[in-house]
Design a protein around this ligand. Structure first.
Ligand SMILES: [Zn+2]
Length: 378
């Protein structure tokens, strides 16, 4: 490993004399193959400290799968098996449809129901979908090339609608949970992918987003809460997916959000004033700036250098900070941050839906076929 580093450093120093060192550095320093292996491992076995995340395993699977897609390396996994496993997590309606408001996708098989990817669903008092699992489940099926034909859309949308509160926000699960901007974003992604907004009251959701705009021009998780890079992304991306961004926010308000986001760049980006920079915000804030058409005014070199300073050169992946352990979330969003910068070996990412442009185009083709099908039936 040490030898490899020495070999890598020498050409960089040489390149700097010839100018154009950043481009050459990009080619050498980004360890694509190690990241592919990092995500492969994340799909197979994880350290014990991840055991508490078992109920939300599907999100980790999404980071790994979408990470492999951004790396253009999905060929290393058995896609058909993975698609079957994801469908086995779909909470399907029981014969009497008494559980419709609990439908969606669950995070793993932790509840102990028999493995099945076909209906009807089985009644179980603790079984239900989780809004983030439904979002990441659908996104994972999409990027694997599935046509979503086995998704029970009516059940997913009924389950989603049941999670919305009077103030426009969403619970994650029917029993109740935190409710904030993250779950508005999950809901918007679900409706966008299924091409059906009957799963939410858009007007109420937009009102919630407007109430979450803070005095300092960023957007918080809810009304009166501190502006945050993650919730600002969730709000702006949701409005874009709804097709209501320019209608909801005036040009002056958009400019203020642009300014708040631009100010988040230090070397990489942080999520809030006076916080340390963190790899994942290169995507959360970077994608928001991209959606607001001003990402080009950021400093690409400092951003890229920060992300790469958190790259684990031995086992692959990215951490939130240099010299920290890499994890699937930061590995994925590190790649997405580099993709926004135009890293040559990476696929382009759709900034609002947070999947590759290739997966996004696949969705557009599917939706066109669904619409053609409906119009030929009427
Ligand atoms: Zn982070």
């Amino acid at each position: 490993m040490l030898d490899r580093n020495i070999i890598l450093v020498i050409p960089v120093a040489k390149m700097s004399e010839e100018g154009n060192q950043i481009e050459e550095f990009e080619q050498i320093d980004f360890l694509k193959d190690r990241h592919v292996r990092f995500f492969q491992r994340s799909l197979q076995v994880l350290p014990e400290r991840y055991s508490s995340l078992e109920t939300t395993r599907l999100t980790i699977v999404f980071f790994a799968l979408s990470g492999l897609d951004v790396l253009d390396a999905l060929h290393v996994i058995d896609k058909d098996n993975m698609i079957e496993w994801i469908y086995s997590l779909q909470v399907l309606p029981t014969e009497d449809e008494s559980n419709m408001q609990r439908c969606g996708f669950r995070g793993s098989s932790h509840i102990g129901l028999p493995y099945s990817s076909k209906g009807p669903g089985m009644a179980h008092p603790y079984d239900s979908g989780h809004i983030a699992m439904t979002y990441t489940g659908l996104a994972s099926l999409l990027l694997l090339g599935d046509d979503l034909s086995r998704v029970n859309k009516r059940a997913c949308l009924t389950g989603l609608k049941a999670l919305q509160l009077e103030d426009g926000s969403f619970y994650a699960v029917p029993e109740g949970s935190e409710n904030d901007m993250r779950f508005i974003y999950c809901a918007a992604c679900i409706c966008y992918m299924l091409d059906d907004w009957s799963g939410m009251d858009i007007h109420k959701a937009i009102e919630y987003i407007r109430r979450s705009m803070s005095y300092d021009n960023g957007i918080g998780q809810g009304a009166g809460l501190e502006s945050h890079g993650g919730s600002t992304f969730c709000a702006v991306a949701s409005l874009r997916l709804m097709g209501r961004l320019e209608e909801t926010l005036s040009e002056r308000e958009l400019d203020r959000i642009r300014r708040w986001c631009i100010m988040r760049q230090q070397t990489g980006f942080h999520g809030r004033p006076n916080k340390p920079v963190d790899t994942c915000y290169s995507f959360w804030v970077g994608a928001t700036l991209e959606l607001l058409d001003v990402f080009q005014y950021t400093n690409y070199e400092k951003n890229r250098n920060y992300i790469l300073s958190t790259q684990d050169r031995l086992v692959g992946g990215f951490a939130k900070w240099p010299d920290s352990h890499p994890d699937p979330l930061h590995a994925y969003f590190g790649l997405c941050g580099l993709s926004l910068l135009g890293e040559p070996e990476l696929m382009k990412v759709h900034p609002a839906l947070n999947v590759t442009q290739r997966a996004f185009q696949h969705l557009q083709q599917l939706q066109q076929a669904w619409r053609d099908n409906v119009s030929s039936c009427t």
